[in-house]
Each structure stands twice: as C-alpha cells, then as structure tokens.
Design a protein around this ligand. Structure first.
Ligand SMILES: Cc1cc2nc3c(=O)[nH]c(=O)nc-3n(C[C@H](O)[C@H](O)[C@H](O)COP(=O)(O)O)c2cc1C
Length: 346
C-alpha cells in the first residue's frame, strides 16, 4: 500500500521529508507499505524567470527515494520547459514529476489563474498528454473533486480520461470551493478508482488524522496521502506511538537538519550551483558543521516555529516554550530552550 506525505508549501522541505522518512523506516513493520514523499510545489514561471529563488523547493537527496517533485502553472510551454529541464538537471532516478491542478494556497489564490487548470479541462488534458508523452520520468497529477458540487461529474470524466496518461492521480476529497474545510467526498475517489485506467494508481487525500484512519479509508484505493496531521505527528504512517524522549530527539534532529539545509542552500545560491546538476547526498548535508557556519542559520529559529508548535500539540504546559521560541532568534538559544523544557518533563 502507498502511504504518502502531502506536498505542503512552506512545510515539506528537505528536512521535513527526511525526518518523516527516517521515522517511517524505523517503525514500519509491513514491507508492503511504501512511503512516497513530495516536494513543495514550484511554479514553472518562477523557475524559468529566476531559478535561484525557487530551487530550494525541489532540491532533494537520494535518501528520499521515491520522491515526487511537484510543479504548477497554467501555461503548457512553460510547464514543459520546466519539466524537461529539471528532468535533465536533477535526474537521479529517485523522483518523478507531478502537476498540481488547483491548489488554493494563499499566495496562489490571489492570482487569477489559480483555478485555471480545473476550469479549462480541455487545455488541462492537452497539458497532461504533452507532459506525459515528453517526459522519461513517471508523471502524475494532484487534483480535487472539482471546482464545486456542480463540476463533479465533469471532473470525474476528466480524471478518468487523464488516468490514461498518468502513473498516479492523487485526489484531495474536496472541491476547490471548499478549500480546506467542508465535507469529504471520499466516495468520489472510490468511484474514480473503479473507472480509471488500471495502470494508474489512485491515491486518496484529505482529513486523515491517524494510522487507523489510513487503514480504514483506503478501501479500493492504492494508497492514502496525509498532509496537516503529519506535521505534528510524523509517525502517522505507522502504528508506533513515541515516548516523550523520542519526541524530544525528533525535535532536536529536525531543527538541526533544518539549520544544515539552510546552510547548504545559502552556499548553493552564493555559488550559483543551480546551473549545474545538483545531487546532494544526505550525508553531505548532515555532515555540515552548524557552529562553523553560524551566521548562515539566521532564519532557522523562525522557520522551525511552525513545526515546534505542531510537535508540542498535546504536550502539557508547553505554552511557555512556544512563547519563548516565538521570541528567540538565535539558533543555540532555541535549542537550549527546547532542551530545558524537556529536561523538566522527561
Ligand atoms: C500549508 C499548506 C500548504 C500546501 N501546499 C500544497 C502544495 O504545495 N501542493 C499541493 O498540491 N497541495 C498543497 N497543499 C494541500 C495538501 O497537499 C493537501 O491536499 C491538503 O492539506 C489536504 O490534506 P490533509 O487534510 O491531510 O491536510 C497544502 C496544504 C497546506 C495546509
């Protein structure tokens, strides 16, 4: 069965993905379960205009195998150019390419084209065919149950046709109008699985909060993808329930890896390395000395706050630590705050 970490802009960076995979590898007992990771989405328009700004969204290590690299935009030429370029430059047999079709992230929604691919299904199908025919890598799409309730039938027909050209289709069980809240329509996805090309894997997504739910909602699907619940519970892809000590160790490992990734990206940009093939090894990133590069970890405490708040969910009396970390801008001080807090409760 396929278990997938949902792409989340500003969340599922390299550090987040690696931590999730390490936990999965440690605690997964079922060899038939496979974890698939995805990068945050990257606009092909941004990539063509200024790769330096967006390259960090797609940088990955072989450790993350199998990894889906997600792009979005509405213009076929730009999408194809981006897809072919990243296939050529970042080809290391660990990833495939996915087209995001209708993500209502705040920064995307402000633009008129944010729902273009869901609205114009004919052009969308043309884009899908073009990408899948021109790419050597496997190709997938991620979409929703439609624009709104009225659009669902047309969306179902569109997805069934699209399944002839995709290795995988992942569906967030809500319409675009429903954004992130509203009723799940998982029956839509179960129906899609019945009608779709048998060679195309169908993955369900949306509102899954536990491993028990992953098991019970899979039904006829090839797998389940989890987003928001995986941030505070990166162990959601296994039955395992961690001790406080393990949570503490995960938090420390995560903040350190985030710092090392920040240093890696900072060096990358200064050397304009994106022009070449980038295939970092996880060991290469893990071996970076944070203290020797201290000035480069300027944003790590700020970036880590969103994860820390999630990790501390359900841990009693953690409000003080959250407030302290909200104010702390220094990396070593942030780590010390975390250590002090856990030393009192473990
Ligand atoms: C903060 C945030 C960022 C997201 N960014 C992306 C993205 O980059 N690409 C994408 O396809 N979906 C994105 N999504 C949607 C998720 O992948 C997922 O479909 C959605 O959160 C529903 O799954 P969940 O209920 O398990 O969270 C994002 C969602 C959130 C909450």
């Amino acid at each position: 069965m396929i278990l997938a970490l949902a792409p989340m802009d500003g969340i599922t960076d390299l550090a987040c993905r690696v931590i999730t995979k390490k936990i999965f590898e440690k605690h997964n007992k079922n060899p038939e379960n496979q974890l698939i990771l995805r990068t945050e989405f990257m606009t092909s328009d941004g990539y063509i205009a200024n790769p330096d700004k967006v390259i960090k969204h797609i940088i990955h290590t072989e450790y993350e195998n199998p990894l889906i690299l997600q792009i979005f935009w509405w213009n076929k030429k730009k999408l194809l150019k981006t897809a072919l370029d990243i296939e050529k430059k970042y080809w290391n047999k660990v990833f495939w390419i996915e087209l995001n079709m209708g993500c209502p992230a705040n920064n995307v929604m402000k633009s008129w084209w944010w729902s273009a691919l869901l609205k114009d299904k004919e052009s969308s199908l043309d884009i899908i065919k073009t990408l899948s025919e021109n790419l050597k890598l496997p190709f997938s799409i991620k979409s929703r149950t439609g624009l709104n309730e009225e659009d669902k039938k047309a969306q179902m027909n569109f997805l069934i046709e699209a399944s002839n050209f995709c290795h995988m289709i992942t569906i967030h069980a809500r319409t675009l109008k429903e954004l992130y809240s509203g009723n799940w329509d998982r029956d839509f996805i179960y129906e899609l699985k019945k009608g779709a090309n048998k060679n195309c894997k169908i993955i369900g997504n949306g509102g899954i909060n536990s491993f028990e739910e992953i098991k019970s909602k899979t039904k006829n699907l090839d797998g389940i993808m989890v987003g928001q619940s995986a941030i505070w519970n990166p162990r959601i892809f296994t039955w395992y329930s961690p001790s406080l000590q393990e949570k503490f160790e995960t938090i420390l490992e995560h903040i350190s890896l985030l710092a090392k990734f920040e240093i890696f990206i900072s060096d990358l940009n200064s050397q304009n390395l994106w022009k070449n093939k980038i295939k970092p090894k996880l060991k290469e990133i893990e071996s970076i000395d944070i203290q020797k590069n201290y000035k480069k970890v300027y944003y790590t405490p700020l970036l880590f706050r969103k994860y820390l708040h999630q990790y501390l969910k359900n841990i009693p009396n953690s409000k003080e630590l959250k407030e302290l970390c909200n104010k702390t801008k220094d990396f070593n001080q942030s780590v010390k705050n975390i250590q002090d807090f856990f030393s009192k409760i473990i």
